[in-house]
Design a protein around this ligand. Structure first.
Ligand code: ADP
Length: 716
């Protein structure tokens, strides 16, 4: 008797055994329906066997004709779960996000009903026939136009008034052409491109770190690796940070390959999402550009993954299954035996360490093409050169903008803070306005007249009275946000065209593109922006970047703060001087002696990396040791703390593992839930995932309490 292990897309510890009915041919990766309790559920075969299980098994009900997951994909699901200490069913759920993708609504044609059929027409059936029109169409669409359920269409098919057509339900994606002419590459770019393409051509698993300064043409270079994989008939996945997934970004692909790629991100609608899923599963969508979750699309024949801006923190998924898409890309490639390219101007220390120790190929692009040069970066020591009282822009920034304006060039001011002011305080009683259920200050948004919590989205009309002492007009804005910086810039340069670019002002993709186009055409003189301006834009006339608060990301004592600051500021400064005109950047700081800022000003990345790696090695932190975190959530402060302490007492004892905490994370209460955190530091020889899994099993959090495991946490 053959049996099969079926994994269901639910959060339970593992798979279930079922009997395979006589005559049913099954392979690993097949989609099946099998009974759970009284329900039929969709699952995936992850193993087959003939051994006696020792008890009567229920039988699989149906094997779906849908193309199965590739065996590599099944392995990848199980590996992801094991490494990240998640349940495999939860990972499978990410892969088959929408069951409907597996059961597409059929295309139907319709006939003029006659005789017997005519008598069976109810009013809803008539409505469907009226809406059906002369051409074949998707059953679900006709039903929704007629305002009836899809079952009505099925009924019409049954009585012969409509017919299901065996047509592909999806319009195919245009096929990208690797030979479509691209940009003429410089010698340095050409060499790098050849090296990457050679890795793809050779086949087998490889990881290359494409380490090129901002504006060096990394995209043009990795396009050649993409072209090689396409020539081999394989599929290619390019991961980009969600925020960079703009129309302009996709158009670059279209230019190089003569066809726009399939895009995958959080804002695509349900129908396009299902189309991408199915076309990827069929192996027909050859080039997919997507945000991190695209890694869990069911590729039939993946040949290359590119992770652009590999250092970006948005590759880490922090909810549900907690995983890092950059690291999991490397795993996916290893399981399937193909190439990965990690690209960045500011690679993560982990990737640099791997490149230096020879685990990754290291491909370097040290300069910008043609006449473009890297911007000079200077520091403004705010202790010596403060802004005017109550202001936030120091004289050197104002002078630089003025010079730019006089030459007809553009400037950008960067501050990663939305709104007008990060803190609202009462001058009368000292009260600070706080989010109602979260440890976070309310941010004043003057443009919309509201006070908002950026963590939860809570928002209220800006009060005119202190909620505590009831004093009128006593609430004061403290500190700068982009709105306030723009206001200050307008005071200095009343003639200039100033615009704010943040998620509050960005609008939909079309509006973003419009604004970026206007910036590119020179219709904006000064752009004041949050991190939204950091990525993916090339403004040829932008020659000055001013960083309003270079210390912002350094606060809080996170050992990765230096790395983040260095990366962000290199990227921000890198927006300047992308064409013939040289650019420069100035960073306002209270800590000009911090090694991240010193290295920035000296243009000496080695200086920063040296100091940073030495510190990590001394502390046994990644990449020299392993790290995990546990976050404990609960509705009661004391009980959450007690649960955290209990976790510590239940920790398995092993050499080479140290447990730190419990402590309160930077946000101790979020949406009414209290949080405590533990850090687990281990020597690199320890199998930390296994250790965490053993520990996790010992604790069953009471109802309403949650224990979350985070392998390789991004902030400490
Ligand atoms: P990166 O990703 O390294 O920041 P991009 O690939 O976005 O760099 O390239 C930066 C800009 O330089 C883009 O506008 C690109 O079109 C242009 N560029 C890159 N390589 C060349 C080249 N060989 N000739 C002309 N322009 C180039």
């Amino acid at each position: 008797m053959q049996n099969a292990q079926i994994l269901f897309p639910v959060n339970v510890p593992g798979a279930f055994d079922y009997a395979v009915p006589i005559g049913m041919e099954l392979s690993v990766g097949d989609f099946v329906y099998a009974p759970i309790g009284k329900q039929m559920k969709l699952g995936v075969v992850i193993g087959l066997g003939t051994a006696e299980v020792g008890r009567e098994l229920k039988a699989i009900a149906e094997r779906k004709a849908t193309r199965p997951l590739s065996p590599d994909m099944v392995k990848f699901v199980l590996w992801t779960a094991k490494y990240n200490v998640a349940s495999p069913g939860q990972v499978l759920r990410m892969v088959i996000r929408s069951y409907k993708a597996l059961d597409p609504s059929p295309i139907v044609n319709h006939y003029l009903p006659t005789g017997e059929t005519l008598r069976q027409l109810t009013s809803s059936r008539r409505a469907v026939l009226r809406e059906g029109g002369p051409f074949p169409a998707r059953a679900s669409e006709i039903a929704s136009r007629a305002g009836v359920s899809a079952g009505v269409v099925k009924g019409l098919v049954k009585i012969g008034a409509m017919q299901e057509l065996a047509m592909p339900v999806d319009a195919p994606f245009p096929v990208p052409d690797p030979e479509h002419p691209g940009m003429a590459l410089t010698q340095g770019q050409e060499d790098a491109a050849k090296e990457l393409a050679a890795q793809v051509k050779m086949g087998g698993f490889s990881v290359s770190l494409l380490d090129g300064v901002t504006g060096s043409g990394k995209t043009e270079v990795y396009f050649e690796a993409v072209a090689e994989a396409l020539r081999q008939g394989g599929q290619v996945l390019v991961l980009v940070p969600e925020i960079a997934l703009t129309q302009a970004g996709l158009e670059r692909f279209a230019k190089r390959f003569g066809a726009e790629p399939a895009a995958w991100h959080s804002a695509i609608g349900d129908a396009p999402r299902r189309r991408v899923w199915r076309e990827v599963a069929q192996g027909r969508a050859k080039l997919v550009v997507g945000a991190r979750s695209a890694l869990y699309l069911p590729f039939a024949d993946l040949k290359l993954i590119v992770v652009d801006e590999e250092h970006d923190t948005s590759y880490k998924q922090e909810e549900g299954v907690i995983y890092n898409a950059r690291d999991m890309s490397v795993v996916r490639a290893k399981l399937s035996g193909h190439a990965v390219v990690l690209a960045s101007a500011t690679p993560s220390l982990e990737s640099l360490h791997n490149a230096r120790s020879g685990r990754f190929a290291h491909i370097v692009l040290p300069e910008r093409p043609g006449a473009a040069v890297l911007p000079e970066i200077g520091l403004v020591d705010l202790k010596e050169t403060p802004a005017e009282k109550g202001d936030f822009l120091s004289a050197p920034l104002i002078d630089a903008i003025r010079e730019g304006l006089s030459r007809g060039e553009q400037s950008m001011l960067y501050l990663n803070r939305r709104g007008y002011a990060p803190l609202i305080i009462c001058r009368s009683c000292g009260e600070k306005l706080k989010s109602p259920d979260t440890d976070s200050w309310l941010v004043e948004h003057r443009a919309s007249g509201r006070a908002m919590c950026h963590l939860t989205g809570f928002s209220m009309r800006m009060p005119t009275q202190c909620p505590k002492c009831k004093a009128d007009d006593s609430l004061t804005a403290v500190g700068p946000g982009v709105e306030r910086v723009a206001e200050e810039a307008a005071r200095h340069f009343p003639e200039a065209k100033i615009e704010i670019f943040s998620s509050d002002t960005a609008g939909n993709p079309a509006a973003i593109k419009d604004r970026m186009d206007r910036m590119a055409r020179g219709e904006i003189d000064i752009l004041v922006g949050t991190q939204m301006v950091v990525k993916g834009h090339n403004f040829l006339n932008l020659t000055f970047v001013g960083v309003v608060d270079g210390d912002l990301a350094l606060a809080g004592g996170d050992p990765r703060a230096g790395e983040r600051t260095y990366q962000t500021l290199v990227q921000v400064a890198g927006r300047a001087g992308r064409a013939k005109k040289a650019g420069h950047a100035l960073i306002q700081t209270h800590q000009p002696e911090h090694e991240a800022l010193l290295a920035l000003a000296a243009g000496d990345r080695e200086l920063f990396i040296g100091v940073e790696l030495a510190m990590r090695e001394m502390l046994g932190l990644p990449p020299f040791g392993k790290l995990a975190a546990i976050i404990i959530w609960g509705p009661d402060r004391a009980k959450t703390e007690a649960l955290a302490k209990k976790m510590v007492s239940l920790a398995p004892r092993t050499d080479g593992v140290e447990i730190l905490g419990p402590s309160e994370p930077p946000v101790g209460r979020l949406r009414g839930q209290y949080r405590r955190r533990l850090f687990i530091q281990a020597e690199s020889t320890v199998n930390l995932s296994r250790y965490m899994a053993v520990w996790r099993q010992k604790i069953r959090p009471p109802a309403k309490y949650k224990v979350q495991i985070d392998i390789d946490p991004q902030s400490f």
